[in-house]
Design a protein around this ligand. Structure first.
Ligand code: UTP
Length: 433
């Protein structure tokens, strides 16, 4: 936040609302000085063309910027220093199958005791898919409508029908897609799920910058703000009051999952049961890597704690290292489906998350005020990631799932992890499209 000394106006004898507006604001001169000092004065380029309301809006956005943070000073300083990696074994499919019923029982009991909540991370922009709506609204059907959200609700209801109770489903949206997501789900009657068990909370935003570190303008009176990554879900739950509700409901474990894997099991009782029985503080669903070069993050150990090493961080030696039985040592890729124990998440609220840089296509206006829709990545977004939360846990059970049955991500319009590959897997699993 900017220095409070820069803030404008007396707040005495005014209503709380007005107080809030005034303390959120800067004068033009304060904003100009602040931006000039930080090399971002271009944000005021169109100021004189704006109406007084638009000028206020822009000044309010500028007052919220904290330009002393590293991403605006030296992007390269964000590079994360990693520790010493070592492989981490997983609870493999055969071991799970031997204890399936015991784990399922534990998981179902936890669901029935209202100890389990689910968090759907749906705040992303899905820019690779190129679909101009919340990704969950994408229609996977060929001969009928089958939306991504519908697939997820269908999968969750496979569990709630077994448990004969609903699991609280908390959906994280972003400023950009909140209204559309809510309206869509309401219009489709939550695909048969109990509306009273569905909650929404919004994540925060971060300014996006061009390749020279200049913050983009979205319009003449507003800067480009994008969702701040999926790592902030727990702190957003706290900020929005969702966490208080979680505590009130007595939820002890939260299953966090991505919007785009149409086959994944949610609140999977076997996964829950196995994690609880293991005594681990968290669990992560993993799939066996298809090849040493597959581009997935791998669950491993870093300085003795669970961690995820991204494919581009792995050395050739790590990628090809093999166990005595010939299997890859780093062979369990994460699929963004985790189980966290709420009490072990509390300390993450005070922890600094590494900031990741994402090179993306960012629509904006140029110096002539014209809209630009880039076809190639043209700037950077800054994100915290849920995978960094795993490293903040003392332990994590790597729980193997069959990728043919549980891993059908819809990331790209074409090619790998695309609509077509996910459709093929849905059909393989007997879903009529
Ligand atoms: P991705 O890493 O695929 O990002 O998100 P994305 O923004 O959806 O898509 P691209 O990279 O622009 O194509 C993985 C999961 O995290 C959620 C997404 O909605 C998805 O479920 N997510 C991502 C958020 O909830 N918030 C974010 O800020 C980013």
């Amino acid at each position: 936040m900017c220095d409070p000394q820069h803030l404008h106006g007396s707040t005495k004898n005014v209503s709380t609302n007005i107080e809030r507006i005034i303390t959120d604001m800067m004068t033009y001169e304060q904003a100009r000085q602040y931006l000039t000092t930080h090399g971002q004065a271009h944000l005021l380029q169109f100021y004189n063309e704006l109406s007084p309301e638009q000028q206020n809006q822009l000044l309010q956005q500028i007052a919220k910027l904290d330009l002393d943070r590293p991403q605006f000073r030296d992007r390269n300083a964000l590079t994360q220093k990693r520790g010493k990696f070592a492989p981490l074994g997983a609870m493999t499919l055969d071991k799970i199958s031997r204890n399936l019923e015991a784990y399922r029982k534990i998981g179902i009991k936890a669901i029935q005791n209202a100890q389990i909540g689910a968090v759907l991370l749906a705040g992303g922009q899905g820019s690779r898919l190129g679909f101009n709506h919340p990704k969950g609204m994408f229609n996977m059907g060929k001969t009928r409508d089958l939306y991504i959200f519908e697939c997820l609700f269908y999968n969750l209801m496979q569990v709630t029908e077994q448990a004969k109770t609903y699991v609280p489903l908390m959906i994280m949206t972003s400023e950009q897609n909140d209204a559309e997501t809510k309206a869509f789900l309401k219009e489709h009657h939550y695909f048969g799920y109990n509306p009273d068990s569905v909650y929404f909370f919004k994540q925060e935003t971060e300014p996006a910058v061009d390749e020279n570190g200049k913050i983009f303008l979205e319009e003449k009176d507003s800067i480009v703000l994008s969702p701040n990554g999926n790592g902030g879900w727990f702190s957003s739950m706290q900020r929005t009051g969702m966490l208080r509700l979680v505590e009130k409901m007595g939820i002890e474990w939260i299953n966090v999952f991505a919007v785009d894997n149409v086959l994944q099991q949610i609140a999977d009782p076997v996964f829950i049961g196995a994690t609880i029985a293991s005594g681990c503080a968290s669990g992560g669903k993993v799939v066996r890597k298809a090849s040493p070069d597959e581009r997935v993050g791998v669950l491993c150990l870093e300085d003795g704690k669970p961690s995820i090493v991204e494919y581009y961080e792995m050395t050739e030696e790590m990628r090809t290292l093999r166990n005595d039985d010939g299997t890859l040592a780093y062979r369990f890729g994460v699929i963004l489906n985790y189980l966290f124990r709420v009490k072990d998440l509390m300390h993450t609220l005070d922890s600094a998350f590494p900031l990741h840089i994402a090179h993306k296509k960012i629509p904006h206006i140029d110096t002539n005020g014209n809209k630009v829709f880039p076809t190639e990545p043209n700037g950077y977004k800054f994100e915290t990631l849920v995978l960094d939360m795993v490293h903040m846990q003392d332990s994590c059970l790597a729980f193997e799932v069959d990728r043919e049955k549980e891993f059908a991500p819809v990331k790209n319009a074409q090619g790998v992890d695309s609509v077509a590959t996910a459709q093929a897997l849905l059909e393989k699993n007997g879903i009529v499209l």
